[in-house]
Design a protein around this ligand. Sequence first.
Ligand code: FAD
Ligand code: SF4
Ligand code: SF4
Length: 461
Amino acid sequence: MPNMRMDKNPMPVQDPEVRIHNVDEVATGYTAEMAIDEAKRCLSCKHKPCVAGCPVNIHIPEFIARVAEGDFEGAYEIISLTSSLPAICGRVCPQESQCEARCVRGIKGEPVSIGRLERFVADYMREKGETPAVKAEPNGHKVAVVGAGPAGLTAAGDLAKLGYEVTVFEALHTPGGVLMYGIPEFRLPKAIVAHEIDKLKDLGVEFVTNFVVGRASTIDEMMDDGYEAVFVGSGAGLPNFMNLPGEALNGVYSANEFLTRYNLMKAYDENSSTPIQHPTKTVVVGGGNVAMDAARCARRLGSEVHVVYRRSLEELPARKEEVEHAMEEGIIFDLLNNPVAVLGDENGHIKAVECIKMELGEPDESGRRRPVPVEGSNFIIDADCMIMAIGTSPNPLIRQTTPGLDVNRRGCLIVDENEMTTKDGVYAGGDAVTGAATVISAMGAGKKAAAAMHEYLSSKE
Ligand code: FAD
Ligand code: SF4
Ligand code: SF4
């Protein structure tokens, strides 16, 4: 008999007063008992609506049935058929708008907690010690992957499993992309990402770090060097700014720079050599997940934090869970406000942000009500730090150095239905193609491209 309780098993979390003084993971994970109990809420629906909500179509009812039986290894095997990063997706996927949005248990109560179960299974296997991956028989072909984010890592893993000699070229000193430099430790422990990368190394994938494609070597030069096909998963890491007066003052960061210093360079650690100012009052501009991450990192550096967002709570695009966690941590939401200028002191450092109040007008092309400034409502927020989290775009370097790569008006690479770009043998996927999106969609694109690259190279043979 299924467990017909309406609510999900709640996720145990660290107390907000405690967690703002550490960088440990906020959500501590289900125990085996909680996981089995939650799994029993699944009705094993014949038509499996939840599967259609998952971009990589994980066999959800089947893996959950194994969890309900206490067969966690069996559950992991099923998940691994379609997903290579379950410990990561179980943590950061926007499940509420994907698999869980389609769960029938969500009609009269809360959906089955698919993401938490996926995370539990992946963590169980990691802690138990998985059997090391076995290298595939080499097929004699050599391919390159540009960028070691979820798109590149997934493509690399799938190609290595097919016997390709795969080299991943990464601009930063550590592979992982946003998983390493953007999403904070307290949401996604870096040891988990490192573990996934080690598994790829076991499969024979080679990583070349501190290598900026387009500078150290171009894609054409790589192809001349014997790489028969290239996958571009270079993400969308170029930050957008508002071009406000005073935006170039010291103490004004892009969210990417702030988060990279905090996460990748471990600026929260007193022994880290990374310079970062420990602000006393921070204004974060934006309302997405990146804004929530930046705000919560600044909070952990001891700052009072204000999120300034031009629409209301209803339109805030960040995940509900992240907003709730941010609120619990004491972050102040200054909604229906927009910055108009940054004011500096005599040393060229930010001292305040001038804002204007907004009201919501008619819906715009996105369907959301357009924020309109309220004339004469300007006011000042004192601040010694400002973090701009208003979106990112793909870096133009690769397209500028690769003749034949076409982009759309947002600077995103154009690909066909097989993820091939407008240049023969060059594939692309993830944020470089879609603009800023999600880990699981980047992973899905990497998977699709790897299969298409295999078909392309096999047909050439
Ligand atoms: P990326 O992860 O950006 O990786 C691209 C890699 O390419 C980087 O390592 C970069 O250094 C490298 N690179 C770029 N140019 C070059 C070059 N010329 N040569 C060599 N290497 C290069 N998504 C979710 O699903 N859930 C979340 O909770 C979530 N939170 C987020 C929080 C933050 C702060 C940010 C910034 C994003 C978040 N996202 C989240 C979005 C998600 O992380 C991205 O959609 C995803 O990482 C995109 O994957 P990718 O592989 O396309 O690119
Ligand atoms: Fe849901 Fe994401 Fe897991 Fe797919 S990968 S089942 S969308 S949590
Ligand atoms: Fe289980 Fe919900 Fe999927 Fe039905 S829709 S199989 S209840 S997870």
